[in-house]
Each structure stands twice: as structure tokens, then as C-alpha cells.
Design a protein around this ligand. Structure first.
Ligand code: SF4
Length: 595
């Protein structure tokens, strides 16, 4: 008997409306666990490494995990795996909450969607029974409106993941949203949209059994207790936004498209200041004892160019809902665009959530365009660093694919290819994915993590910045010693994303592999050990690479834009990362991986 799993995945062809249950052998589950790991395996098996990501043949995979539904804190998560339309490489994005639990209760460990519905539809998975219904009522609606309307129509026991207008218009960094959270990076929303599916609604009653319920209860109690401790205090107090002033102090806060690592208006943008000017409340994902979400109430609109959504979204409702703000959105829509107006950044973040677009890619692409304007490569004089109104207007244009928005909807790499004139040198991306809020020259172990990441520049798949902020390395002069640390954080992330546990829990573990092996033993009954999990992590990272190799990866992709290799960081000239040094690090990384 299988514990913690159902032992199958649901394969749905939305062209025909037919579904089948495909058995998942226990050996495969043990080798890949769930989430990102199992998703990578299924993507290979389903031919997703070679299919055009926006073609009907391309699989889009929602993957649950053995821990979903268990009492372990922060485990209500799911992964969305596909080939990315933005990078053309492997993509896995994770989101939280009731969708994971309801999806798994449909009696499957993953849902694979292929095909293209004849017209815009809602895919309904009701206890494993499949049907497609017309999406006319929610077409054009922001993610949260679509979710509300569909629950009102289908029943409150459904959990719904939806795309916004951006996914409908194939914006290459469109998200899939559920309950205010987004499977955000790499454009999975465009993939779902390419199948003419506006939303997927799930409900079910099939629960998995646990191998050692008593042991699991005790482990869960202990983990919850530790989750209240100092390792997670920062998330409870101000959330990830607390990074803003810290990074600014370290000269590592990307500013004006990575032309500086410090931002003179960081204080006005900081959560400390925003909390004075805006009412702030806390929230959490389902089954989480940390509660890292900080929701800011909006003041009156400050921008005459920020129009209400085409769907009729009113400003009144916007103010009532408030805005969930993370560091990555603050940096990308704030300092990266030179904007110190907190209200404008809140509003920009809200607009991204409604459209269903990744805030990092949105901010990165707009900041890139602003630098193009500054250099005379793009004739959009309103698109200037420092203007919150310009950011809001650019987001609206992207959402409608109008004017310069048509160009920016393609992301910074493609935009640079179209603009030409050497602009690719400062397009802030790796493999096409916009770089998160960590200045690579000031954080050089992270620079390596960005360069080699399977899905491109990514702070969630490599936690190498933690090494830079420790005393293990000199963050401004990476040496070959940095490589094993970068590998360790990448391996840990691969496991966390497969088990799945929230990354914000990582600080509570003293021996991550040993402690999570114990949890997996209690859930599955397998005699899994820390050493086995070490090998599993390596296997998962290697499988993502295998997807990339089939998708056309070449060694030249494991690098950073020229800006970071040719120009020392202006505010900190000692922070310089040469082409030769990065190449040495990357080669050593490949050697230690055995590639
Ligand atoms: S710590 Fe935050 S992101 Fe993680 S599960 Fe809890 S609320 Fe969700």
C-alpha cells in the first residue's frame, strides 16, 4: 500500500475533453518525491522538453507532493512545471494554499494538461471527473475576480487557479494565480492561456493515509513550535520587504536597471516607512504557522494614467482589498525603475497581480526600456527612471499589448533582440529570465547561482546569497570555494520544492536532510535516509538540466549579461566580477556536478 500518494497522475487532453489516470510507480515517486522533482520527470516523459511551450502538444503540469494534506506546517503547496515560453528552458513555479489540498484530494499526485480547447474554457476536475465549461463570464477578468465568480458559480468547495488578462494575451511572463498567490516566474500563465483555459477548478474528498500517523503528529507539532522561533521572526515582523534597507546598506540593492547598488530613496520606499503611511495587516497561506504576508491598504490613487481595469475593476474595491507586498516586487517596481514613491509601487504591484504578470520580469523589462530611452535607443520620452506614473502606464500598456507594451510583453531579452544596438549587454536577464533583487557584483556566490540556474536567474532555486551574507566567503571576491556552497543551496532548494516545504522555514532546521528524511519516513513508510535525500536532490537538479539539454541548452547560456562582467559596481568599485572569474566558477560548478 502507498502512503502519502495516490500513485497516479491525471492526464487531461483539453482538445478532446478526455482524461486518463496514468500509474506512477513507487520507485519513480521515491526518486523524484513530488513538486518540482516529479514535475521535471513528468515533463521529460510527456515530451515537454522539445515541444513549443505554447503549442497544443506542450504539457502543463500541476504537481502536488507527499506532504500536502499532512499537518506539517507550510506544506500546502503545488508546483506548476512546463517548458517556459519566456526562456524556452525548464520552468517550475510554486504557489500555495487550498488548491494544492483540493487538487490532491481529486485522487492524483499531479494533473497533466495537454491540447487546446476549441474556445475559452474553465477546466473542472470534480473528484476526478473532468468537464469543460465556457469561460465567457470570466474572460478578461483579473485573477481574483475570476476566482470569486467561479466559486460563486461552481460552489464554495472548489479551489481555483486562474490566469488574468495577461495569460489570455500570451504575455510571456504571465502567472497562474490562486488565492492571491502566484505561480509567478517563467510564463506558466501564457502556457495555460495557449490551451484556451482561463481557469482550473478542483474539488475532491480522497485523502491519503500516513504510514506513521503518531510520529507525523509529533514531528508536525515540533516543526510548528520551531516555526515560531527567531529563524522566522523577520517574515512575521515585516516580511521579505525587510531586505530592502539591508540590501541597500550592503550596496546590493539593484537600482536603475543595475546601474547602481544603492538607492537614495530606499528609506521612503522601505516597509518601515510604508507601515507609517499605510495600514498594514498580516495574512498567511493555508496550513502555515509563520504568516509572512503583509498586506498594505492603498491611499487615494496618485496617478491619472493608472486606469481601472478593462473589466470594470473599481478603485474603490482596489483600496478595500489592499496589496500584498514582497521585497521582490518593491525592488523590481521601485528601486530598479528608480521609483521611491511607495504608493506608486503598491499600485503597480496590485496592477501586476490583477493582470497576472510576474512583478520581477515586469519591473526588469520596464527598467531595461527606461535605460534604452535614456540612451536614445527607444523613442518613448515619458518612460523615464524615477517616474511612478511611467511604471503604471507601462504596466497598463503591457497588459493590453498596446504601443511599446507589445515590445515589453516579450520580456527584456526579446525586447533587446528587437531593439538591437548592443542593448542585450544591459538587458537584466539570464536565459531570458529577469534577474531578481540581488546585485551580482556585490553578491558573487549568488552571481554563480544565477548563471547556472536551470530556469535562469533565480533566487528561489539557488539560495547562494545566504552564503554571501555569511562569513564563509568574501561576497565581493568569489573563489572556487564558493562553488560547493552554491551547489549545497541549490540542492536544498530542489528538495524543498519537491517535498514541498516553504523556503521561509529553512532556518529552523539544523540538519535539513536528516530532519526531512524523518518526515518523509513518517509520511511514506520508506526507510529513506539523509544520504538518500542528498542523492535525490542531485538527481532532481540533473533532471532539470536534462530537460534543458533536450530544449537546446548550450554552455554559453550559463553566464551573466556583459554589464556585470565588464563594469565594476559604480557605488562599490571593489565589487567587480570579470568574465574570466565567472567562467572559472561556472566550469568548477560543472566539474563538481559531474557534467
Ligand atoms: S511563510 Fe509565507 S509563503 Fe510560506 S507558507 Fe507561510 S504564509 Fe505562505
Amino acid at each position: 500500500m502507498l502512503f502519502g500518494y495516490h500513485g497516479n497522475y491525471l492526464r487531461i487532453d483539453v482538445t478532446s475533453g478526455r482524461a486518463e489516470r496514468v500509474p506512477l510507480p513507487e520507485a519513480v515517486l521515491r526518486q523524484y518525491i513530488g513538486g518540482s522533482g516529479l514535475g521535471a520527470r513528468l515533463l521529460l516523459d510527456e515530451g515537454g522538453a522539445v515541444a513549443d511551450p505554447l503549442s497544443p502538444e506542450a504539457p502543463l503540469i500541476f504537481v502536488f507532493s507527499p506532504l500536502v494534506g499532512s499537518p506539517l506546517t507550510t506544506s500546502a503547496k503545488f508546483a506548476v512545471v512546463s517548458r517556459s515560453p519566456l526562456t524556452q528552458r525548464f520552468n517550475d513555479s510554486l504557489a500555495s494554499s487550498g488548491f494544492a489540498m483540493a487538487g490532491k484530494r481529486c485522487g492524483c499526485d499531479a494533473i497533466v494538461i495537454v491540447g487546446r480547447a476549441r474556445s475559452w474554457s474553465v477546466l473542472i476536475v470534480d473528484e476526478g471527473e473532468i468537464r469543460l465549461e465556457p469561460a465567457d463570464e470570466v474572460l478578461g477578468a483579473p485573477c481574483h475576480v475570476a476566482e470569486e465568480k467561479l466559486r460563486a458559480r461552481l460552489g464554495a468547495d472548489y479551489r481555483i487557479a486562474s490566469i488574468g488578462p495577461a495569460g489570455e494575451r500570451a504575455i510571456l511572463y504571465a502567472t497562474i494565480s490562486h488565492d492571491g498567490r502566484h505561480a509567478g516566474r517563467g510564463g506558466s500563465g501564457a502556457v495555460l492561456g495557449s490551451k484556451n483555459i482561463k481557469a482550473i477548478a478542483v474539488r475532491g474528498t480522497q485523502r491519503c493515509e500516513w504510514a506513521q500517523p503518531q510520529a507525523l503528529t509529533e514531528l508536525s507539532r515540533d516543526l510548528s513550535k520551531r516555526s515560531f522561533g527567531p529563524a522566522t521572526a523577520k517574515y512575521r515582523e515585516l516580511g521579505t520587504a525587510t531586505n530592502l534597507l539591508t540590501f541597500n546598506r550592503f550596496g546590493a540593492l539593484p537600482t536603475r536597471n543595475f546601474q547602481s547598488g544603492t538607492f537614495e530613496e530606499a528609506v521612503t520606499l522601505s516597509p518601515e516607512q510604508l507601515s507609517v503611511e499605510h495600514k498594514r495587516t498580516r495574512a498567511s497561506c493555508v496550513a502555515c504557522t509563520i504568516g509572512c504576508e503583509h498586506i498594505y491598504a492603498l491611499a487615494e490613487p496618485v496617478s491619472s494614467t493608472s486606469e481601472p481595469g478593462q473589466d470594470g475593476t473599481s478603485r474603490k474595491r482596489d483600496r478595500k482589498r489592499g496589496v500584498r507586498l514582497e521585497y521582490e516586487s518593491m525592488f523590481a517596481l521601485g528601486s530598479l525603475c528608480g521609483v521611491g514613491d511607495g504608493e506608486a509601487v503598491l499600485r503597480a504591484s496590485q496592477r501586476c497581480d490583477e493582470l497576472g504578470i510576474d512583478t520581477i520580469s515586469t519591473g526588469g523589462t520596464i527598467a531595461f526600456a527606461m535605460e534604452c530611452v535614456e540612451r536614445g535607443l527607444l523613442d518613448e520620452p515619458w518612460l523615464a527612471f524615477g517616474s511612478g506614473e511611467a511604471v503604471l502606464r507601462a504596466i497598463d500598456l503591457i497588459g493590453r499589448r498596446e504601443g511599446v507594451g507589445q515590445l515589453l510583453a516579450e520580456g527584456s531579452r526579446r525586447a533587446a533582440q528587437m531593439i538591437g544596438q548592443g542593448s542585450i549587454a544591459f538587458a537584466p536577464q539570464v536565459k531570458g529570465l529577469e534577474i531578481p533583487g540581488y546585485e551580482p557584483r556585490a553578491l558573487q556566490t549568488m552571481a554563480l547561482g544565477f548563471a547556472v540556474g536551470a530556469r535562469g536567474a533565480d533566487h528561489n532555486r539557488s539560495g547562494a546569497y545566504e552564503v554571501d551574507f555569511s562569513n564563509k566567503v568574501d561576497r565581493r571576491h568569489a573563489t572556487l570555494d564558493s562553488v560547493r556552497h552554491a551547489i549545497d543551496t541549490e540542492d536544498r532548494a530542489a528538495l524543498m520544492d519537491s517535498l514541498i516545504l516553504c523556503k521561509f522555514l529553512r532556518g529552523v532546521f539544523s540538519d535539513f536532510n536528516a530532519e526531512t528524511a524523518e518526515m518523509l519516513r513518517a509520511v511514506t513508510g520508506w526507510d529513506v535516509t539523509a544520504d538518500e535525500l542528498h542523492d535525490t536532490a542531485r538527481r532532481i537538479v540533473a533532471t532539470k538540466r536534462q530537460v534543458n539539454l533536450l530544449a537546446g541548452w548550450t554552455p554559453e547560456e550559463d553566464t551573466l549579461p556583459e554589464r556585470f562582467l565588464d563594469v565594476p559596481l559604480p557605488n562599490d568599485p571593489a565589487a567587480s566580477l570579470t568574465r574570466e572569474r565567472l567562467q572559472e566558477l561556472v566550469s568548477e560548478y560543472h566539474r563538481q556536478r559531474g557534467w
